[in-house]
Design a protein around this ligand. Structure first.
Ligand SMILES: Cc1cc2nc3c(=O)[nH]c(=O)nc-3n(C[C@H](O)[C@H](O)[C@H](O)COP(=O)(O)OP(=O)(O)OC[C@H]3O[C@@H](n4cnc5c(N)ncnc54)[C@H](O)[C@@H]3O)c2cc1C
Ligand code: SF4
Length: 461
């Protein structure tokens, strides 16, 4: 039987409808659609897709189970490598990871691995299939700092090996960027993230929220006084960057992290106590996933929303799907344009943003063509809110309170490929080491570090 070269399309909310609500954009596959898509997979002997997955999920095996309607087996296969499949199936950049090298993509469309992963994870959740706590214990205690993808993955891998793991999380909810950064319309919090966090706890992992390591307690105190044998740092990169242009201190200027946290975690959009400035005209500066998320959130709060980005469409770092969705929803892009000043009224509120046109010159260190200002091309855009989405760095709190922990010039913790830092017994991974990256890379780093920690704990016997 000839295989379909095109993937089974996924149903989505209509752009006009979804632009006014926070419900999930994509409906995902139903059983029939998932089985039809899974049947396109060639079940390759040397599956290139697996090489593209940072946590090495056995992709052909789980897809084969889907094609046979053995959904529970498919879930168990994924779970051997990942405890956050409903998250990854929704937000991972599959087009550059597992789906990028898929052989079906050479002449047709790559298998929709992410959509199948999401289907399997959602099916398992709806059928209450959950992981079990191991029935053995090593007696070794590990502290994990941060309940983002890196920390959750490291903690669950260690718990599976019988270690006693406690995660310390600064915020009042576990999930890291999954709860405070990525909006509800891409990643539902209660339905998806909370349930996957629950699965981590089912393995025996304890999560203590509202504990800021470096303030409430230091890493050295955890090791010397609280009886922990090893520490994993997965504290992410939550410190926003700004442009240092005039007017950036005005009322109505937000970092994307603050704006999204107020919405996602503090639920400002649902009328909770946390206030948010509901702009009528919002300008978001930046071109990554974070910029798209901030812009699409502002749009849903009722604003006429614009994105200002200094390079061209080809260099936009956001996922193609996010840019496509943002355009469909009516967000206006000012490409090859860069802010020079935020315009402020007499009461120190934003009233607009002055931008300048750019052109692309020779490639810079990142390999992308360097944007150069075109003299005399400045113009003003009216705005009452400006959101800066220019990237983030790790917060120096942990490194500055932990003697002998090496960091590089961007404040990223220095760790080798296996997660070992300059301090014995202290491991690190995820955005805290790499700088802002992706969910699956953070999970991959958490998994590798867990293997190193397990090996280290054995040396203590
Ligand atoms: C808005 C936004 C959208 C994104 N979209 C995508 C996407 O679509 N796909 C994708 O793959 N990636 C996306 N990313 C990137 C991705 O979310 C991150 O790379 C990933 O979450 C990093 O995981 P992590 O565990 O290293 O850190 P985080 O998720 O940042 O988690 C770190 C945790 O540590 C806690 N912490 C920090 N300091 C301390 C301390 N001193 N004590 C205790 N706890 C502490 C923090 O509160 C946080 O909960 C996005 C990021 C943002 C901000
Ligand atoms: S490379 Fe593509 S076709 Fe081959 S096993 Fe992986 S998903 Fe299936």
């Amino acid at each position: 039987m000839a295989r379909a070269m095109k993937r089974v399309p996924v149903r989505e909310q209509e752009p006009k409808v979804r632009a006014a609500n926070f419900e999930e954009v994509s409906y995902g596959y139903n059983e029939e659609e998932a089985v039809a898509e899974a049947k396109r997979c060639l079940n390759c002997k040397n599956p290139r897709c697996v090489g593209g997955c940072p946590v090495s999920i056995n992709i052909p095996k789980f897809i084969h189970f889907v094609s046979e309607r053995q959904f529970e087996e498919a879930f168990k296969t994924i779970q051997e490598s990942s405890l956050l499949p409903a998250v990854c199936g929704r937000v991972c950049p599959q087009e550059t990871q597992c789906e990028g090298p898929c052989v079906m993509g050479i002449k047709g469309e790559a298998i929709a691995i992410g959509k199948l992963e999401r289907f399997v994870a959602d099916w398992a959740r709806e059928h209450h299939i959950v992981p079990e706590k191991p029935d053995f214990s090593t007696g070794k205690k590990v502290a994990v700092i941060g309940a983002g993808p890196a920390g959750l993955t490291c903690a669950s891998e260690l718990a599976k090996k019988g270690h006693d793991v406690t995660i310390f999380e600064a915020l009042h909810e576990a999930g890291g960027v999954l709860v405070y950064g990525i909006p509800e319309f891409r990643l539902p919090k209660e339905k998806v993230v909370a349930k996957e966090v629950e699965n981590v706890k089912r393995l025996g992992v304890k999560i203590e929220t509202d504990v800021v390591i470096g303030k409430s307690v230091t890493i050295d105190e955890l090791l010397d006084e609280e009886g922990f044998d090893a520490v994993f740092i997965g504290s992410g990169a939550g410190l926003p960057r700004f442009m240092n242009i005039p007017g950036e201190q005005a009322n109505g200027v937000y970092s994307a992290n603050e704006y999204l946290t107020r919405n996602n975690l503090m639920k400002a959009f649902k009328g909770y106590d946390t206030p948010i400035h509901r702009g009528k005209k919002v300008v978001v500066v930046g071109g990554g996933n974070v910029a798209m998320d901030a812009a699409r959130t502002a749009l849903r709060l009722g604003a006429d929303t614009h994105i200002v980005y200094r390079r061209s469409e080809a260099e936009l770092p956001a996922r193609a799907e996010e840019v496509h969705h943002a355009k469909e929803e009516g967000i206006q892009f000012h490409l090859l344009t860069n802010p020079v000043e935020i315009l402020v009224d007499d009461e120190d509120w934003v009233k607009g943003i002055r931008v300048i046109k750019m052109e692309l010159g020779e490639p810079d260190d990142s390999g992308r063509r360097r944007p150069i200002e075109i003299p005399g091309s400045e113009y003003d855009i009216d705005a009452d809110t400006v959101i800066m989405a220019l990237g983030t760095s790790p917060n120096p709190l942990i490194s500055s309170t932990t003697e002998g922990l090496d960091v590089n010039k961007w404040q990223c913790i220095v760790a080798d490929d296996e997660g070992a830092t300059s301090r014995k017994g202290i491991f690190a991974g995820g955005d805290a080491v790499s700088g802002a990256a992706t969910v699956i890379l953070a999970m991959g780093a958490g998994k590798k570090a867990a293997a190193s920690i397990d090996a280290y704990l054995k040396t203590l016997d």
